[in-house]
Ligand binder design. Structure first.
Ligand code: PLP
Length: 390
């Protein structure tokens, strides 16, 4: 076999790909598996937005390469969305860059910002790609634990001074995957102060900004004077159910956007113009509120179903997950037992080394599927709670 790059030793298969392979093997053997692991929104996108895509695709210029930084219409729509939601002003020419969804952008930005030996700070628990980004580019990944009480906020006191001094990038994500937590603005001011002190770029992932059930999402750019230290990432994947379209945006200081944009323009050739047209249209619709109402119903169904099984969790105020402590404290064992019982759940260990005591359930599945999954999980929780034999 041809030799692979050394960095491949750091790169494990993507967790949801591995779970998907296992489910496919089980289904090939005739098993009925309910998937509550992956977050792949099932709810339909807004019909007028889909119609805009279809009409724009027929435009004679749509097949051309798009402008590298994204269409002017979409960048202006993003700036208008920021003004409406957060009262934050962005220059659509220099402070917005359209991306092929947020996953690639969140990884690529480390290419522009970190050197081998630098530190990338990642939340534990946190979205798995943050962790991989630093490792791929020779940086050290250092975990910032999120304290469960009261809001799953980052506990910076757990970061050693020598790591803080070398931290070039710090990922934060509120509304949070996997806990559903929101961050209060006062906490954000502390994060910006840390970044200013340590010359660190705060990468704020707003993937779930439009899916909030109690309270409201906040942008780090609302902190006065934060912009020079901040890159914020948006995506149409969750709030608009357009995950297969691959469209997102990075916003932040013009200098940081220019640097990350240089990477993006060398690696990608932009997002299909018709998708950008429809994504701009989507920002003027209230479809995210329609989706949020359904997810809220599902959240309540899952929280109640867990309570019936004797597992009490606070209702997550945002995002599309329930983060559930595994009875007995072993989320990997619980995920294995759940799969054997016909339900895929995401093991907490996929989200960080200190998170192995949890599993994540995703709400991106029809109510009937969630109910079936909860029913099958009931004996699994009970078994995990039972005292082990002496
Ligand atoms: C926190 C977070 N960020 C980013 C992404 C990636 O979204 P996309 O690449 O579809 O924009 C996800 C997907 O689940 C996510 O949970």
């Amino acid at each position: 076999m041809p030799r692979l790059a050394d960095r491949m030793a750091q790169l494990t298969p993507y967790v949801f790909q591995s779970i998907g392979w296992e489910m496919a093997r089980m289904r090939a053997r005739g098993a009925d598996v309910v998937d509550l692991g992956i977050s792949d929104p099932d709810l339909a996108p807004s019909p007028p937005v889909v119609a805009t895509l279809a009409a724009a695709a027929a435009h004679p210029n749509s097949h051309r390469y798009p402008p590298y930084r994204g269409s002017s219409r979409l960048r202006r729509a993003v700036a208008a969305w920021y003004r409406r939601h957060f009262d934050v002003e962005l220059d659509p020419e220099r402070e917005v860059w359209v991306t092929l969804g947020s996953k690639e952008a969140l990884v690529h930005l480390t290419l522009a910002l970190v050197n081998p030996g630098d530190v990338v700070l990642v939340p534990d628990p946190g979205y798995p790609s943050y962790r991989m980004a630093g490792a791929l580019f020779g940086a050290a990944t250092v975990d910032v634990p999120l304290s469960p009480a009261p809001h799953f906020l980052p506990d910076l006191s757990q970061v050693a001074a020598r790591d803080a001094a070398r931290a070039r990038v710090w990922y934060v994500n509120y509304p949070n995957n996997p806990t559903g937590a929101l961050a209060p603005p006062a906490a954000m001011a502390d994060w910006v102060a840390f970044c200013r002190q340590h010359d660190t770029v705060l990468v704020s992932d707003l993937a779930y900004a439009e899916l909030v059930y109690e309270g409201r999402a906040t942008s780090v750019l609302q902190v006065p004077g934060a912009k020079p230290w901040v890159l914020e990432s948006l995506t149409w994947s969750k709030g608009h159910s357009l995950q297969g379209w691959r469209v997102g945006a990075l916003v932040g200081s013009a200098e940081l956007i220019e640097a990350v944009g240089r990477v993006e323009a060398n690696v990608n050739a932009g997002v299909f113009l018709a998708i950008q047209e429809a994504a701009a249209e989507a920002l003027t619709h209230d479809h995210p509120e329609v989706l949020a109402r359904r997810y809220r119903t599902r959240r309540d169904l899952v929280v109640a179903g867990l309570a019936q099984a004797g597992i009490r969790i606070p209702a997550p105020p945002g995002a599309v997950y329930c983060w559930v402590p595994a009875p007995g404290g072993d989320g990997d064992a619980l995920a294995r037992a759940a799969l054997a019982a016909g339900v895929a759940v995401a093991p907490g260990s996929a989200f960080g080394p200190a998170s192995g005591g949890y599993v994540r359930l995703s709400l991106t599945h029809p109510e009937a599927v969630l109910a079936r999954g909860l029913e099958r999980l009931r004996p699994v929780w009970a078994e995990a709670r039972a005292p082990s034999p002496p």
